[in-house]
Ligand binder design. Structure first.
Ligand code: CAP
Ligand code: MG
Ligand code: MG
Ligand code: MG
Length: 488
């Protein structure tokens, strides 16, 4: 028991000098929840497993504070004085405290970070997103639909020209956004610079033929920062400004990679791919953090977008409450989380423009989508003003894993907004009539939904959708609905 970390009933922690965290903690037999809580608070802030005489009055004041324990639900609320964190706006540092050593503590058989509250004064020190989906929408001139994207499949193994042909097919089929897949790098059969050159060729051709601008998200994850930067710089020399995003595998390449690219290239869309997150975010995992918590840290770090899951509609584990909450943590100014209400404003909420922005945003999500579609173009100016200094800008959800034209309407109903990017890989390139048809089927699926026409009805006059319905109903992922996972 480390009493100097127990401050039960201490409400002073709500004074915005503390980051608040709530963990689900299950101690081993013989260890009380209070005892485990004090050990977790010690190890995740100033302490160790033994009381040290070298502590000073100042260091003691930096102790994390267990301020509430909910025995019935095994919930432990801990307040961290946010001045203990690296004052250079370093997300990796916060995670090292909150979900570092504590995940290995012998006292507990479960320790999961369920929700976090960042106080407004703390937000000032973190980059947050800069180039947002609104900037990409302006570049693409797409406001009345999700940004329709794909991942080129097979995931790996194509030559640069084979890869570029598929980009071209997707773009002339009506798609807007193409991404490299998460493991694409500088494989010998697809030399990086040749892949970039081929994508530029395909993009120019598709833009000439369609008259529409297109975007490609290049994976610049690499063994070291110098190589990342070299790849980034090559892309910058070869692609038009606005026509590309940088994709970073934020879990396997790390948070420092994400923040390095965010700091060096503030005016380029930063695409956070979260491959590997399942090791510590799945509802059934006893240790780790939730998808919404991961999403909040990605926004703090300044990603323009992160994958937030298909709410169980696609192939990955996920549920509406978790994945849609994650999407709201990404997009909205004011969110009611499971335990804390997070506002992404850097100043108190009284500011009249801020309150107006929140009211408008609330309205958008409550609107029937079609009304939202009309309204969105009227608000970008105020949104942009409000963003400049009052807000941490929004981060776009990327909706992917196993989605296909048949599943898109179902997801849109659950999501309740079109303000996201969807990237369907298998859901486009597996279409029996090929990639262009697969893309047209995605576009047609959205058109049907937006016009409140059933897919079957719309398919009567749209061949590609008709074939997609037959094919995906037979072969698509009908996700096992992970209802009420046994969250530990
Ligand atoms: C999707 C994907 C994405 C996953 C990541 C893949 O391909 O490219 O990496 O969506 O999952 O490699 O599986 P498909 P999440 O469209 O063919 O499924 O979006 O949940 O992070
Ligand atoms: Mg240590
Ligand atoms: Mg992928
Ligand atoms: Mg998913």
């Amino acid at each position: 028991m480390q009493k100097e970390y127990l401050y039960l009933g201490d409400n002073s922690v709500h004074n915005d000098r503390y980051l608040l965290a709530v963990y689900k903690i299950i101690p081993y037999d013989g260890v009380s929840l209070e005892d485990a809580a004090s050990e977790i608070a010690a190890e995740s802030s100033t302490g160790s497993n033994l009381h040290v005489g070298s502590a000073t009055n100042f260091s003691l004041d930096l102790n994390a504070r267990v301020y509430k324990i909910d025995e019935r639900n095994n919930l432990v609320y801990i307040a961290y004085p946010w001045e203990i964190f690296d004052s250079d706006g370093n997300v990796q540092n916060i995670l090292t405290f909150l979900v570092g050593n504590v995940m290995g503590m012998s006292e507990v058989k479960a320790c999961r970070l369920l929700d976090v509250y960042f106080p407004p004064p703390m937000l000032v020190h973190y980059d947050g997103p800069r180039y947002t989906i609104d900037d990409m929408r302006n570049y693409l001139q797409v406001f009345d639909s999700p940004i329709l994207g794909t991942i080129i499949k097979p995931k790996i193994g194509l030559t640069p020209n084979e890869y570029a042909e598929l980009c071209y097919d997707f773009w002339v089929g009506g798609g807007m956004f193409v991404k490299n897949d998460e493991p694409q790098a500088n494989q010998h059969f697809s030399p990086y610079t040749q892949m970039v050159d081929a994508v530029r060729w395909a993009m120019d051709k598709a833009e000439d033929e369609t008259g529409h601008t297109k975007v490609h998200s290049f994976n610049i994850s690499a063994a070291d920062f110098d190589t990342m930067i070299r790849r980034a710089e090559y892309i910058i020399t070869k692609m038009k400004p606005g026509s590309f995003a940088f994709l970073v595998d934020g879990i396997t390449a790390g948070w420092t990679s994400i923040q390095t690219i965010r700091k060096r290239y503030p005016d380029i869309f930063l695409h956070f791919h979260r491959a590997g997150h399942g090791a510590f975010t799945r509802e059934e995992s006893p240790f780790g953090m939730t998808v919404p918590v991961l999403t909040m840290f990605a926004r703090l770090a300044g990603a323009s977008a992160i994958h937030t899951g298909t709410a169980g509609v696609g192939k990955m584990a996920g549920t509406p409450d978790i994945d849609i909450l994650a999407a709201k943590e990404a997009l909205k100014i004011n969110i009611e989380g499971p335990y804390f209400n997070q506002t992404w404003s850097k100043i108190p909420l009284q500011d009249k423009d801020l309150v107006a922005a929140i009211d408008r945003e609330k309205g958008q999500w409550a609107l029937p989508i079609h009304k939202f579609v009309q309204q969105r173009s009227e608000i970008t100016h105020l949104e942009t003003d409000a963003h400049d200094w009052r807000l941490v800008r929004k981060m776009a959800p990327i909706i992917s894993g196993g989605l296909n034209p048949v599943l898109l309407p179902e997801f849109l109903e659950i999501m309740g907004t079109i303000d996201f990017i969807t990237t369907m890989g298998g859901g486009v390139h597996s279409h029996p009539m090929g990639t262009q048809a697969g893309t047209r089927a995605v576009v047609q699926s959205y058109e049907a939904w937006k016009n409140s026409v059933s897919l079957e009805e719309y398919a009567k006059s749209h061949e590609e959708l008709k074939v997609a319905i037959e094919f995906y109903n037979k072969n698509g992922i009908q996700a096992h609905r992970l209802k009420g996972n046994e969250a530990v």
